[in-house]
Ligand binder design. Structure first.
Ligand code: HEC
Length: 107
């Protein structure tokens, strides 16, 4: 009996944790891909190979964790043209974008 309760608690915790880190839904992912190409691309290049801002390719981004990149996206880099995206993106959006860039999934 006690064992069953333990499993139940573990299952509930797992669901809660997974939900907390869930990716944005499909429509939001579509919007974020569009933003990446058109807004981020304005500085980082349409194919993210660099322009005014550096290339956002996985080889370069390997030096950073997803958390660090999400932080850069949300807060920008003060003193550089990299603007803070906090007004437009949630932490979840930024984390998803950071992972997307690190995996080299962006075109
Ligand atoms: C107005 C131009 C501009 C726009 C728009 C812009 N960036 Fe940047 N970004 C920069 C510049 C310039 C840097 C380099 C800052 C520095 O010198 O540290 C940078 C740096 C970064 C970095 C750190 C890269 C590294 O190797 O240090 C990331 C990640 C990043 N931008 C992501 C984004 C994302 C995602 C978007 C769109 C949501 C975006 N940027 C939009 C100009 C821009």
């Amino acid at each position: 009996m006690r064992r069953t309760t333990g499993y139940l608690v573990a299952a509930i915790l797992l669901v809660a944790v997974t939900a907390g880190f869930a990716a944005p839904d499909a429509q939001r992912q579509q919007e974020l891909r569009y933003l990446l190409r058109h807004d981020c691309g304005a500085c980082h290049g349409m194919s993210l190979k660099g322009g005014l801002g550096p290339a956002l390719k996985p080889e370069r981004l390997r030096a950073y964790t997803v958390e660090q990149l999400a932080d850069t996206i949300l807060r920008g880099r003060p003193g550089t043209p990299m603007p803070p995206w906090q007004p437009f993106l949630s932490a979840q959006d930024a984390t998803w974008l950071a992972g997307f860039l690190k995996q080299g999934k962006a075109p």
